[in-house]
Structures are given as structure tokens and as C-alpha cells.
Design a protein around this ligand. Structure first.
Ligand SMILES: N[C@@H](CCC(=O)N[C@@H](CS)C(=O)NCC(=O)O)C(=O)O
Length: 211
């Protein structure tokens, strides 16, 4: 059986787990504790040399980097597909993934540094608000692109990898103070409801967020 190594609340991990769940693949989730440094253990470094999550073992194959893992899962287990068939539509999915992984994720790093990794009394309120504004602007740009496509999903009419890439970041941004707002991001509010209603969402929801 496949083994999926992840961290609770890690958006990179969550996008892989959503793919595993959507494909209804059997796998064993292995939760690594950041606070105990389990992601830096020799065992984990052997499968993920930067000491990051997620990682996936499938038989003798060890994979790391969430994009490589999602692509592997889609090619190795093609049903249901997470990519459209049409080349132009596939390019759009990849653009949306890169928008999220390069630009939104980079902007979010500054929010996370303040909101999650700095004790409240040591936070720089101005830096946190500036970082949140940056993330909010990336999310509003997603709203504009997606709404203009007039489909139900991020890249248009078909559910794709792009939805499972953006969803965890939209959720973690909300927990860090950048909540969706129906007045400014109506398309995304509806999309998030659609995505939250999928069984894959509940089955992969970060365990430490349930408390
Ligand atoms: N490019 C990597 C990023 C993975 C990543 O940054 N994971 C974070 C958790 S969200 C992590 O493991 N951080 C621990 C560390 O960097 O020490 C991917 O897509 O898998």
C-alpha cells in the first residue's frame, strides 16, 4: 500500500492528499510532527532530502515535491483524471497551479512567519497587515480570472489539479486572517462551498484543525 507522509495543515501536503482521496486510492497516512522534528529525521531525509512534507512511497518508489507527486498519481492512476484532455485547458491548469505555488505561496510565507511562527507579543502588526494585503490581492486576482472563465472550477468547467492546489492555500490563508469575503470574492465563496462538500475534503481535513 502507498504511504503518504504529511504534516497537519501543510497546504503542499493537503493538495496531494486531496488527489489521493479523489482517486479513491488505498494509502496509509503517516503524520509527521513538526514540533518533534520528525520531518528532519534520518528516515524522512532519506525519502525527502530537504526534510519537507509531503512525501509518498509507492512500492520501492520514494517521491517528494507535491507537484511531482500529484503528476505521478495522475499518470499512474489515471481515473478519475485530474487534468483535462485538451492541451489549451491543460496549460491553463498549469498556469493556475503556478500562480498558486509561485506567487500566492510566496506572499503567504510572510503571513505565516508572523501569524503562525511569531509569538503574539513579538508580532510586527504593520508587517502582518502588509503581508495579508499582499495575499488578499493575489486571492482577488484569482477571483477575477476564475469568474471571467464562467465555469464552476478554477480553470473553467472541469474540476482539476488547479482546484486541489488552490483550496488548501485559500483555507490556510483564512486561518491566518485573510478570510474570503462575499462582497469582494463571490465566485470563490461559492467555489469553496462546492469544494468543501466533496467527500475528499472532510477525509483530508488537517487533524489539528478539528480541535
Ligand atoms: N516545494 C515543496 C514545498 C513543501 C514545503 O515547503 N512543505 C513545508 C510544509 S507546508 C515543510 O515541510 N516545511 C518544513 C521545513 O521546510 O523545514 C512541495 O511542493 O512539496
Amino acid at each position: 500500500m502507498m504511504r503518504f507522509y504529511y504534516g497537519s495543515g501543510s497546504p503542499f501536503s493537503w493538495r496531494v492528499q486531496l488527489a489521493l482521496e479523489e482517486k479513491k486510492l488505498p494509502y496509509e497516512p503517516v503524520l509527521l510532527s513538526f514540533s518533534k522534528g520528525e520531518h528532519k529525521s534520518p528516515e524522512h531525509l532519506a525519502r525527502s532530502p530537504h526534510g519537507r512534507v509531503p512525501a509518498l512511497s509507492d512500492g520501492g518508489l520514494n517521491l517528494y515535491e507535491s507537484s511531482a507527486i500529484v503528476e505521478y498519481l495522475d499518470e499512474r492512476y489515471p481515473t478519475p483524471p485530474l487534468m483535462p484532455a485538451d492541451p489549451a485547458a491543460r496549460a491553463l491548469v498549469r498556469i493556475e497551479e503556478l500562480e498558486c505555488l509561485l506567487y500566492l505561496a510566496e506572499a503567504f510565507r510572510a503571513v505565516a512567519r508572523q501569524a503562525f511562527f511569531t509569538p503574539p507579543e513579538q508580532r510586527d502588526a504593520a508587517a502582518l497587515e502588509a503581508a495579508r494585503a499582499d495575499v488578499r490581492s493575489q486571492i482577488e486576482r484569482l477571483e477575477a480570472r476564475a469568474a471571467a472563465r464562467r465555469g464552476r472550477f478554477v480553470a473553467g468547467g472541469e474540476l482539476s489539479r488547479a482546484d486541489f492546489t488552490w483550496l488548501p492555500f485559500v483555507e490556510i490563508a483564512a486561518r491566518a486572517g485573510v478570510e474570503l469575503d462575499r462582497a469582494r470574492t463571490p465566485w470563490l465563496v461559492d467555489w469553496r462551498e462546492t469544494m468543501r462538500a466533496r467527500p475528499s475534503y472532510d477525509r483530508s481535513y488537517p487533524p489539528h484543525w478539528r480541535a
